[in-house]
Design a protein around this ligand. Structure first.
Ligand SMILES: Nc1ncnc2c1ncn2[C@@H]1O[C@H](COP(=O)(O)OP(=O)(O)OP(=O)(O)O)[C@@H](O)[C@H]1O
Ligand SMILES: [Mg+2]
Length: 600
């Protein structure tokens, strides 16, 4: 049973709850099974001795006591097992969240956010429903069937045999229809993931959708996905809708047979009327457990399909993890070396998602044989055409991904041998596309250092020149940023990210095209401020503008899958290669813009 194995690490902790539940279920079953016995006895007594009020009162009291006791035990059963199911759900949700946060970026390019969300919500709740209502119904139903069977067999084996024919017939129904249901349910959940992804991407990309007036087209596509989801759901409901009525039919048929055969026994005098009543009440009582079994099968199918989706996530091992025996912590000072580094990517994401064998020839080299070193406190700038691999290259430093060839060293030690947290703590990273949380501006800035003093925050804001913009914000530094920073301008977002990185006071600062949305004048101011704080820190700057990179100690020009030129601004101009050409282009452009500006 795959489901049991997958669940056991989570369920094991709460075995006490389940034990209490089973004990309550046993008592509750005993009370339920006693009721037909009492009724049978009453009928026989009425037949033999006529109506005696005291006896009736006694039996009525017994029936009431059995019912009250049964109710109390059922409550205990629900409370213990139902409570445990929520505890298990909470643990599993946390385990999933924890795992999701340790997984590397590559995982997130293979999996859609909406689908991951569906696993954390919908699938989890399917598993919880099985563990709670599913399990307590199952335990109650099985116990009642077993107890009734035993008591009926003791009373009249032949008639009991007839009633118990019910079981194999329903079992066949469960197996045949249930298997089909599980397969469809997996489709249903996958489609739910697809719908969530679609909705989520639409909400995030609402600006683009509106700008291109694609609302109608998006609604059309959403409708199609929604319709597919409905169709699968209907197929599922049809099957489960078939299961329950079929069980009722079987139940009815058995009832008719009991009446025929039992009535005959009574007429022949081999059975009392009380026993016939007893059998009929048992049969009526068996209706609920049979339905419950059907329902549990339903829940079980859903839970196992969902648990597969959850396990896929929980069992995913992070490709980028701490070294097995990390060395004792030492502060990182910021010497960097890239030695013969090569990076390649899968040609298509579809390939990666399908987990295709990574044959060498189906991956393309983005960069190869890249070597350079940056002494502590120095600065290195990287320029190169768009898509050449600049972002990918600097991502190796904080191990967003690992190189496919060669090594990256920080302070002379391979980055793969540094504990991840320590390595990343030493790096202040301003990504190309800024991510801001929907919390106040201040919290966005102090994200990497929540305990920063106000003076440090103000200094960071000053260096990033965000301080100039604060007056425009309604609540200054306490202004709430809209989701993903939608209330800030592009340049304001970038400068918030710079302030965030500067505040961390890192040994290594990485700016990935972080001044692209900032005007040239402000960019120059920010760079001057950064040079001040970065005096004895190492910096890596990716940029498209010569002005941003020309003061770096070393400049690397990436071209055609490797380093084409390397040296200081002056060296590279003298060499009169790609960099010099780029410089001339920029000069002409700025002169042209200057003229245009002057003519206005
Ligand atoms: N996760 C990925 N899977 C597959 N290919 C990728 C992935 N990330 C980047 N690439 C490819 O690697 C190449 C380098 O991308 P990268 O983002 O490093 O370029 P870049 O030099 O930073 O460009 P830009 O100046 O536009 O930011 C590109 O061709 C890109 O398509
Ligand atoms: Mg880039």
């Amino acid at each position: 049973m795959g489901l049991a194995r997958a669940l056991s690490p989570f369920v094991r902790r709460y075995w006490g709850h389940f034990l209490v539940g089973v004990i309550c279920a046993i008592f509750s079953t005993a009370a339920t099974a006693a009721i037909p016995q009492i009724l049978g006895a009453v009928v026989d007594e009425l037949n033999v001795r006529g109506v005696i009020f005291d006896d009736l009162l006694r039996y009525a009291g017994l029936l009431l006591a059995a019912a009250v006791f049964d109710g109390m035990m059922r409550y205990g059963l629900r409370r213990s097992i139902g409570g445990a199911s929520y505890l298990i759900e909470t643990d599993m949700r946390e385990a999933m969240f924890r795992r999701l946060l340790t997984l590397e970026q590559a995982f997130y390019s293979e999996n859609h956010t909406g689908d991951l969300m569906a696993r954390v919500t919908n699938d989890l709740s399917a598993v919880r429903t099985f563990l709670g209502p599913g399990l307590f119904s199952l335990v109650g139903a099985v116990l009642l069937i077993v107890a009734s069977a035993a008591l009926m067999l003791a009373r009249n084996a032949l008639l009991a045999g007839l009633v118990l024919l019910l079981l194999p017939v329903t079992a066949v129904l469960f197996v045949v229809i249930g298997g089909r249901m599980r397969a469809i349910y997996r489709t249903v959940q996958d489609q739910f993931g697809e719908i969530s992804t679609r909705a989520q991407e639409n909400f995030s990309g609402i600006r683009t959708i509106k700008a291109y007036a694609q609302e109608a087209a998006e609604v059309r596509e959403f409708r199609a996905a929604n319709e597919r989801y409905r169709a699968s759901n209907v197929r599922y409901v049809l099957l489960s809708g078939l299961l329950w009525p079929l069980i009722s039919v079987v139940l009815g048929a058995v009832g008719a047979m009991v009446l025929l055969v039992g009535g005959r026994f009574v007429a022949e005098g081999t059975m009392t009327v009380g026993d016939l009543v007893l059998f009929n009440v048992y049969l009526a009582q068996l209706g609920w457990p049979m339905i419950a079994l059907g329902w549990t099968v339903d829940l079980y199918q859903q839970a196992s399909a969902s648990m597969v989706r959850i396990s896929e996530l929980l069992q995913r091992r992070p490709a980028i993890a701490d070294p097995p025996d990390p060395p004792p912590p030492v502060p990182i000072t910021g010497t960097i070396e890239f030695r013969d580094v090569g990076i390649r990517f899968q040609r298509s994401l579809a390939h990666a998602a399908a987990g295709a064998a990574t044959a060498h020839d189906d991956r393309d080299w983005v960069l190869r044989h890249v070597s350079f070193s940056i002494p502590r406190g120095a600065s290195l700038a990287i320029v190169g055409a768009t898509g050449i691999g600049k972002t990918t290259l600097v991502n190796l430093l904080a191990r967003v991904r690992d190189p496919d060839e060669g090594q990256v060293f920080v302070d002379g030690r391979d980055v793969r041998e540094w504990p991840l947290a320590e390595l990343r703590r030493a790096i202040g990273y301003v990504p190309q596309d800024t991510f801001l949380f929907s919390v106040p501006l201040k919290e966005n800035v102090t994200f990497g250092r929540p305990d920063a003093e106000m003076a440090a925050v103000e200094r960071a804001l000053h260096i990033s020149r965000l301080s100039n913009d604060l007056v425009q914000f309604p609540d200054g530094i306490e202004t709430l940023i809209g989701e993903r920073g939608v209330t800030l301008s592009g340049g304001q977002k970038q400068r918030t990210a710079i302030a965030r990185a500067v505040l961390r006071d890192p040994a290594i600062l990485v700016l990935d095209d972080a001044l692209s949305s900032v005007d040239a004048h402000t960019a120059a101011e920010i760079l001057a401020g950064l040079r001040e704080v970065m005096r004895d820190r190492t910096s890596l700057i990716i940029a498209q503008r010569i002005a941003t990179v020309k003061d770096a100690d070393q400049i690397i020009v990436l071209h055609a899958g490797g380093i084409a030129e390397q040296g200081s601004h002056r060296d590279l101009l003298r060499a009169d290669g790609l960099y010099a050409a780029m410089y001339r282009r920029e000069l002409i452009q700025s002169e042209f813009e200057g003229e245009v500006g002057a003519s206005h």
